[in-house]
Design a protein around this ligand. Structure first.
Ligand code: ZN
Ligand code: ZN
Length: 762
């Protein structure tokens, strides 16, 4: 339990991963190659129109040429585009290739074993055990940052209680194929009608989407023993993911233009700062109950339509298309839970990125037509300030209480399904993470608001993060207090409470003192000003890798070899002197322990390894083994049952002199093997015809007389995406890269020609 007390944000000391580093190195080299590639292009002044469109995408992201925009982005309003995975060949700079090989060798010499550990032996063991528990779900609580261990039976019961309601419909089968067809037809039509650009089209078209998954977060503040769950749909890579981003992108500007709109706490403070109110003013908060589920599609769509209609920059056809796509998103929100498919038939599609914008516009229209419409102006004359953050409203009332109550009653009587919960006070109300009050001089005051159930969610100081990151935690917290508290006394009081929480999380007195002092001496007015967003500096070159015990050694390796790159005259002139290093956070306890997709108990295959099917020509070539040794001398185990007829497999071919080739196939394994056999059989003829031979065929021709009989194969891994589906080829390619590296089968040691790291860009 001491483990979970550290919080799910806690990162245990990670172990380095050679393959991850190799991948990061190659993706870094790709950036250098791209710079050179486009530098060359610029010199040659190519006719861009003839260029591959994919390359164009990269070009645009690297160069900011406005004439390009005009040529190609006529219909492109969203600016959204598919990520490019274009990688120039290493042939364009020998120095980059040398740099990569030298760095790769040096990185292999690092020792990734954990030297010290921020978990005790018992905690390590506990982590291992928790990970292996299959009868429970480990979830962060809905509010307050607790960790809850939820028994599977109870979890399923609660999920079923929610799913078997009017909000969802059970589907008897996977609807993906049909839905994709409808979706892509809409996109292709829009492209044909010139409503979207080529770029947007390729961004929006879907193939092999993943089915979204449904899960619950326990609301332990409602019931500790039998917590109800907050339903969440997680739709990474799902059918409408990009369409929803597109719709959101085009509609968001109407949200930020709403008079009531506040982006965050900071904007609330900026709006309230220095506000002086009349004596007897009431502070009122309204909460729209279950906003997302209560918006009826026709009401929501009508609101969005209104904002599109009054925008002269949107032509009616495009407006119509946006509505069509929004409607598609609302009506095709399906997901899987415990191997059953469900379709959401009521309320705003959960988990979709345009949901907040949609709900905001729905309420924005209501504010405009009803709240501040002519009929209620008698009441709204008493309101000097009205702000809203999605479903939370704050306003000031400078009138009699009975009229205020009448006003709220009228608002609650509506045909839009809007139900409001109010909180009225002349002293203080809470809004977002603020407590808002009125002092004796009739000034608005603010203070930090913490829910009573809130636990300590501050990042633990022992967590495996860069020191600068951890040191910035107290500073950020104290500055937030300074910003949120109008009076100095409340700031002092909250600071004392914060100090206790920080100390509990392992922060030293010295760090706390510095952070507190920093907040103390900062002018509060400066904290209320929006800082300009740092723009991405294109000139910088970043080496991005995961933060781990070997991070500084990696940095050293790259920096020491950097002069190699500078020998390339072209690159020297365009690359910066130094590289900056950026770090991804390593896995935290949440990543280790929580899963959104519910799977229940996994079934283990009765036997593991590769077996003959007993009825094909490849049977005789099967090498049955359930374990093998990798390039580091570690014993690896095959965890699947594989035979000649298994598809979606990563396999290994061995020749009589023990050279290996790692490959992948979505077809049956024996089909793929026979293809290898036939290229070997054809090798002699092909060479005479001057055809380029594969490394496997060429090796067999040269060393084994072109005879494939002694070829052996075995399966390394059988890949399955499970019920959620997705793009299996891409997943196989990633696994293949990993195994080519781990088994060291790249030529000249083995028979693989290259590792394609560009799959990791998709
Ligand atoms: Zn067979
Ligand atoms: Zn051989």
């Amino acid at each position: 339990m001491s483990l979970l007390m550290k919080g799910l944000s806690f990162c245990p000391t990670p172990q380095g991963d050679y393959f991850e580093l190799e991948k990061d190195l190659n993706l870094f080299c790709r950036k250098i190659l791209l710079k050179k590639y486009f530098k060359k292009d610029k010199l040659r002044e190519p006719d861009i129109v003839d260029k591959d469109k994919e390359i164009l995408g990269v070009l645009e992201s690297l160069l900011d040429e406005s004439d390009l925009d005009q040529k190609f982005q006529k219909a492109n309003r969203s600016g959204l585009k598919k990520k490019s995975d274009f990688t120039p060949g290493y042939g364009i700079s020998n120095y980059v290739s040398v740099f990569r090989d030298m760095a790769s060798d040096a990185l292999l010499k690092l020792n990734h074993k954990r030297q010290s550990d921020n978990l005790s032996k018992a905690e390590r063991q506990a982590l291992k055990e928790l990970k292996s528990w299959e009868d429970v779900q480990i979830k962060p609580s809905d509010k307050g940052g607790n960790v809850v261990i939820w028994d599977n039976d109870m979890y399923i019961l609660e999920a079923k209680r929610q799913l078997h309601s009017d909000t969802y419909k059970r589907l008897y089968g996977n609807p993906t194929e049909g839905f994709v067809a409808i979706h892509n037809n809409l996109i292709n039509d829009a492209f044909r009608d010139l409503l979207i650009s080529e770029q947007e089209k390729s961004f929006l078209l879907v193939d092999n989407p993943r089915v979204a998954t449904f899960y619950l977060l326990p609301k332990i503040h409602k019931n500790k023993v039998k917590p109800p769950g907050r339903p969440i749909v997680s739709g990474n890579g799902n059918l409408t993911e990009n369409t929803s981003k597109y719709v959101d992108c085009l509609l968001r500007k109407y949200v930020t233009a709403l008079p009531s709109f506040v982006r965050d706490t900071m904007e609330v403070l900026a709006r309230l700062n220095g506000t002086h109110v009349m004596k007897g003013t009431y502070l009122v908060t309204l909460d729209v109950e279950a906003l997302y589920t209560s918006i009826r599609h026709k009401d929501g769509i009508e609101a969005v339509k209104y904002f599109l209609d009054i925008d002269p920059s949107i032509n009616p056809d495009l407006g119509h298309f946006i509505i069509k796509m929004l409607s598609f998103i609302l009506h095709h929100n399906y997901f899987v839970f415990n191997n059953v498919f469900y379709l959401q038939i009521q309320g705003t599609a959960m988990g979709t990125s345009c949901a907040p914008t949609y709900a905001n516009l729905f309420l924005g229209k209501w504010e405009q037509d009803v709240v501040f419409g002519d009929d209620l102006s008698f009441f709204t004359n008493y309101i000097p300030l009205w702000i809203r953050y999605i479903d939370d409203i704050l306003f000031l009332w400078e009138g009699p209480l009975n009229l205020l109550n009448d006003f709220i009653t009228i608002l609650n009587t509506n045909s839009l399904n809007i139900r409001l919960t109010q909180n009225i006070s002349q002293n203080m109300v809470s809004f977002l993470d603020l407590t808002i009050g009125i002092d004796e001089k009739s000034n608005i005051t603010t203070d930090l608001y913490r829910k009573e159930t809130a636990t300590n969610t501050i990042l633990h100081f022992e967590s495996y993060h860069k020191n600068t990151v951890k040191r910035s935690v107290p500073t950020g917290e104290f500055l937030r207090l300074r910003r949120n508290c109008t009076s100095f006394e409340t700031f002092r009081l909250r600071s004392e409470q914060l100090k206790t929480r920080l100390k509990d999380r392992g922060y030293s007195n010295k760090i706390l003192k510095q952070a507190y002092h920093r907040a103390l001496t900062t002018n509060r007015d400066n904290l209320l000003k929006t800082k300009p967003v740092k723009t991405h500096d294109d000139q910088q070159l970043r080496f991005i890798t995961t933060y781990g015990p070997q991070t500084y050694k990696v940095q050293q390796v790259i920096q020491e070899l950097w002069p190699v790159i500078h020998q390339d005259a072209d690159l020297r002139s365009i690359l910066p002197e130094t590289i900056s290093f950026c770090y991804r956070r390593c896995q935290n306890l949440g990543d280790h322990l929580t899963r959104s997709h519910f799977t229940g108990r996994k079934r283990q295959p009765p036997v593991k390894g590769t077996f003959r099917c007993g009825s094909c020509v490849s049977c005789s070539m099967v090498k049955n083994q359930d374990s093998f040794t990798d390039r580091f001398g570690n014993l690896q185990h095959v965890n699947d049952y594989i035979n000649c007829k298994t598809s979606n497999v990563i396999y290994c071919i061995e020749c009589p002199c023990d050279r290996k080739y790692v490959g992948m196939t979505t077809q049956r394994l024996n089909k793929r093997i026979q293809k290898h056999v036939s290229t070997i059989n054809m090798a002699k003829e092909d060479r005479q015809k001057n055809k380029i031979l594969s490394t496997v065929a060429s090796h067999f021709l040269t060393y084994h007389n072109g005879n494939p009989e002694k070829l052996q194969f075995w399966g390394i891994e059988h890949v399955s995406l499970g019920i959620r589906g997705g793009n299996i080829s891409e997943f196989l390619l990633k696994r293949e890269s990993k195994w080519i590296y781990t088994l060291n089968t790249l030529a000249p040691t083995g028979l693989n020609e290259k590792i394609d790291f560009s799959t990791f860009l998709r």
